[in-house]
Design a protein. Structure first.
Length: 174
């Protein structure tokens, strides 16, 4: 393993980004960065829903979030888990993209947030569409194009511990 190690883990909502990134950081004894819209909303004393609505019409929120993630990652060895991590940290030692089908993602989100699968499905479809449009407009990033990732893992096939193990093993081989 090199003397410096950074791992970037991306995926859409419900793919396991946060859980897997946290576990990878623990296994590799690295700093865990998962600074999200929820983090910014909490810092500003807003609900996530209110914050998200504001972010839809004001790019300053996305820009502030992404700038903060880059600054935190620049401090050294880390695991950065975010929707855009593999794009924001182009020099990461390992870039990982997590996938799962829309129905599985909706089930996970429904369970996590205590809502119906139908509601989670509708919200997730909308969120995916809005996220993609924002990333294209802000950065020219199409988050459906992740073929440059070093590792792509379908999280439907494994639990978060197995996925984290696969990533930790790949990072150790770098």
């Amino acid at each position: 393993m090199s003397s410096s190690l950074s791992v970037a883990i991306s995926g859409k909502s419900g793919c396991g980004n946060s859980s897997v990134s946290r576990l990878v950081a623990q296994r590799l004894s690295l700093r865990f960065i998962n600074y999200t819209f929820r983090s910014l909303a909490q810092e500003q004393g807003m609900s996530f829903e209110e914050f998200s609505k504001r972010a839809e019409v004001d790019t300053a929120y996305d820009l502030a979030l992404d700038r903060k993630q880059k600054e935190m990652a620049a401090e050294g060895d880390c695991v950065l888990g975010s929707r855009l991590a593999i794009w924001l940290l182009p020099n990461a030692n390992l870039k990982v993209y997590l996938t799962a089908s829309l129905p599985v993602r909706a089930q996970r989100i429904a369970r996590r947030e205590g809502k119906s699968v139908e509601q989670a499905m509708a919200e997730t479809v909308g969120r995916d569409r809005l996220d993609r449009a924002r990333y294209l407009a802000l950065y020219g990033i199409d988050n459906d194009q992740y073929d440059f990732a070093d590792l792509v893992i379908d999280t439907e096939a494994h639990d978060e511990y197995t996925v984290a193990g696969l990533i930790a093993a790949a990072a150790g081989a770098k």
